[in-house]
Design a protein. Structure first.
Length: 105
């Protein structure tokens, strides 16, 4: 489920980001239609790409926070905690000499 949320967010981020090809097309349009100089156009594109990157980072942070809230709401245990507890159980079973984990000896 978390992977699905991450994929959806990353897809949205891809829409926000300017690809190199789209950036070149935009620069070409700016030069032709609005008589924008090469340096001005590149400066504008750099600014737009920087803004897109910052927006991408903010969206990723918000998505991460929302996923963590969803995990808490569903009462799910993070994998690291599960693994830590599983190791503790194994250690206790070894100390008690339990060979069958299903046994309530």
């Amino acid at each position: 489920m978390i992977e699905l949320i991450e994929k959806a967010v990353l897809t949205g981020l891809g829409v926000i980001s300017l690809s190199q090809k789209k950036a070149e097309e935009l620069l070409s349009d700016l030069k032709e239609k609005y008589k924008v100089g090469e340096d001005e156009g590149k400066a504008l594109l750099d600014k737009l790409q920087k803004m897109a990157g910052e927006t991408k980072e903010r969206i990723a942070e918000m998505a991460d926070q929302e996923v963590k809230r969803a995990i808490d709401r569903f009462g799910l245990v993070p994998r690291e905690e599960y693994d830590r507890l599983a190791k503790r159980v194994e250690a206790l079973e070894a100390k008690l000499n339990i060979t069958d984990p299903g046994c309530e000896c």
